[in-house]
Design a protein around this ligand. Structure first.
Ligand code: ATP
Length: 270
């Protein structure tokens, strides 16, 4: 289970090229890449390198991808864990996992630590406590805060955390010296969807006349993850029909199927 949590990314090949669109967010994280590559450039003028940044945005918009790309561009190791891994953990385990994670990252520094779904551990304390004790979650959160306060600003470990619920986060997380910057990762607009399609169409064998602009127009509201899904599903649909390449109708069928899935996911259960 340790291996799963501390999955030190052995593929450092994710770079900004793999992240389509998100120009604003990429620009902001480029600064973090430079902090990791040239910390002295900043510290020699007395500047403190930021310790953490929040990546805020809807599910599937590329927050994890972007965090991996930061590590890939800076050529530093990527340590990750997900807030949801801590749900239902025995008392004390969460905090010690956090401690281990920071110890490992500091040993290998410069490094990126990525915490996905930070809201699962970083929700405001004392709220939504109707199900009983939230002690373990609080312990984990407190350990995270302690670790972030504990390491010197020249350690060159930068913690990126992703959430789609910035509104529920404990304000203590956003204090100076912790996650004091937020980077917004939004759903893609038409042009960005085109760029994302280009990335995910690359491995497919396509009909010659396939119109990427048309595909982008069929998918308003889709995230990057949804688009990746559409492309893969279209290839499977075409293959099932015994076709030699993937065409417009396969994509339309795939989009239909994905929309069906999204509707199910979003259905409010009363
Ligand atoms: P979640 O909040 O659900 O964890 P996320 O924002 O971290 O989602 P990712 O896990 O980074 O999203 O995205 C899932 C997959 O969707 C990526 O591995 C990639 O294949 C695709 N994808 C998402 N956004 C982009 C993008 N901007 N460019 C290219 N591919 C993307």
């Amino acid at each position: 289970s340790k291996a799963k949590l501390f999955d030190e990314n052995d593929n450092m090949r994710v770079t900004f090229k793999d992240v389509a669109g998100l120009e604003g967010a990429k620009e902001e994280v480029e600064e973090i890449v430079d902090f990791l590559k040239n910390p002295k450039k900043y510290t020699k003028l007395g500047g403190k390198i930021p310790k953490g940044a929040l990546l805020v945005g809807p599910p599937g918009t590329g927050k994890t991808l972007l965090a991996k790309a930061v590590a890939g561009e800076a050529k530093v190791p990527f340590f990750s864990l997900s807030g949801s891994d801590f749900v239902e953990m025995f008392v004390g385990v969460g905090a010690s996992r956090v401690r281990d994670l920071f110890r490992q990252a500091k040993e290998k520094s410069p490094a990126i630590i990525f915490i996905d779904e930070i809201d699962a551990i970083g929700r405001a304390r004392g709220k939504n406590n109707i199900t009983g004790s939230n002690d373990e979650r609080e312990n984990t959160l407190n350990q995270l805060l302690t670790e972030m306060d504990g390491f010197a600003t020249d350690t060159s470990v930068i913690v990126l955390a992703a959430t789609n619920r910035a509104d529920v986060l404990d304000q203590a997380l956003m204090r100076p010296g912790r996650f004091d910057r937020s980077i917004y990762v939004d759903l893609p607009d038409l042009n960005e969807r085109k760029e994302i399609f280009k990335v995910h169409l690359k491995p497919l064998k396509l009909d010659q006349d396939l119109d990427i602009d048309f595909l982008a127009r069929q998918t308003p509201g889709f995230s990057g993850a949804d688009i990746a899904n559409v492309c893969n599903e279209a290839a499977l649909i075409a293959a099932r029909k015994g076709r030699e390449s993937v065409g417009k109708q396969d994509f339309l069928d795939s989009v239909d199927r994905i929309i069906g899935g999204l509707e199910k996911k979003n259905k409010v259960i009363k």
